[in-house]
Design a protein around this ligand. Structure first.
Ligand code: UT7
Length: 329
């Protein structure tokens, strides 16, 4: 019998504290009008100082486990996509394992920036259809507030904290992940394009690095914008071709939530009408690896994505990395 990997349950968790554009007006030289017009963001969530990525991820994972009607001990592997790990090592996935009591799982992190969750889904799909695993927890979680330079108006208005999780399970029914594609281009692995220079083996954190904010996110927004608008439609078209599905058959498009202008450009280039494009960047900003899974979980809970629907997820991030997944719910 052919095996498929299906999304058996999803969950998401956003910290309660809201940081509005007006709050940011008091912190940097910006305005609510500029942020709304250039990004579509109205507010974002911020985790408390003592909260780490695994804490948000554990909340989201518990909900996914509940919605999938499984026991944590059934989970055989935990993949956590994040660029804000609790610690360099051990992996955030191991803290999540402890937090949810998934005693029988192996656990590791995925470093693919904003594309990380779809990297996780792609891996889970391969491991499940090969017969090696039956139940995998895939998480996208970030606490960006700890890596943002709160004095840099070019970046601090864009990001937020949050986590989403999915239980991916083997099934013999032809549903779940219909087609998946991930890619990367290391020619763009430039920390000035998008990244954090200090904190790794290339540049350890020194007091000089801290003085120059090199332990915080750096980004060339304009270049990243252009790349996102080109790469996401290409990635989405690739999975549609792979699955031999027309764009008109898509019930919901969930693009990476970084900027409303990018989201709308991706939908327009693909020819997906605006009412079929999911948007929550206004409420949460860019939660990096967590955006598409938080959005999918919300869409399911709101009834915007129903059993049987065709949902197209697409994302891109630093690396550069990108990915797209076509799901039959
Ligand atoms: O997950 C992937 C991660 N990142 C992204 O997806 C980000 C992609 N890029 C973007 O979303 C946009 O490029 C930004 C929102 C970051 C910037 O929008 P933009 O329309 O590309 O603006 P810009 O960078 O061309 O800057 C226009 C002006 C500049 O002033 P001057 O040089 O024209 O005087 C900036 O200094 O806007 C200024 N500016 C701001 N003004 C008020 C930049 N940030 C702000 C701000 N408030 N927060």
């Amino acid at each position: 019998m052919k095996r498929y990997a299906t999304i058996a349950g999803t969950g998401s968790y956003l910290p309660e504290t809201i940081l509005t554009n007006s709050d940011l007006e008091k912190m940097v030289d910006t305005s609510d009008e500029w942020i709304r017009q250039r990004t579509g963001i109205v507010e974002r969530r911020i985790a408390d100082d003592d909260v780490a990525t695994s804490d948000l991820s554990v909340h989201a994972s518990r909900l996914a486990i509940k919605n999938a009607h499984i026991d944590p001990i059934d989970i055989e592997m935990i993949l956590v996509a994040t660029v804000t790990p609790d610690t360099v090592f051990p992996s955030t996935a191991c803290y999540v394992q402890q937090g949810i009591g998934a005693k029988n799982a192996s656990a590791m992190d995925i470093s693919a920036a904003c594309a990380g969750f779809l990297y996780g889904l792609d891996l889970a799909n391969g491991l499940i259809i090969s017969g090696q695993y039956n139940t995998i927890l895939v998480v996208g979680g970030e606490v960006f507030n700890k890596i943002v330079d709160w004095k840099d108006r070019n970046t601090c208005v864009l990001f937020g904290d949050g986590a989403g999780a999915a239980i991916v399970q083997a099934t013999e029914e032809p549903k779940g992940i219909i087609a998946s594609y991930i890619g990367s281009d290391g020619d763009y692995a430039d920390i000035n394009l998008l990244g954090i220079p200090a904190g790794g083996s290339r540049m350890p954190v020194t007091s000089e690095a801290i003085d120059n904010n090199l332990n915080k996110i750096q980004m060339n927004g304009r270049e990243v914008f252009k790349l996102g608008v080109r790469l996401m439609p290409e990635a989405a078209q690739r999975v549609l071709r792979k699955a031999d599905v027309s764009v008109d058959d898509i019930d919901l498009l969930i693009p990476h939530q970084a900027n409303l202008r990018i989201i709308e450009a991706v939908g327009d280039r693909l020819g997906v009408p605006r009412e079929k494009v999911y948007v929550n960047v206004d409420k949460y900003g860019n939660t990096s690896a967590a955006t598409v899974i938080i959005a999918l979980d919300e869409a399911i809970r709101q009834g915007r994505a129903k059993p049987g629907d065709l949902v197209l997820l697409v994302t891109f991030g630093a690396g550069l990395t990108w990915g797209s997944t076509l799901l039959r719910l």
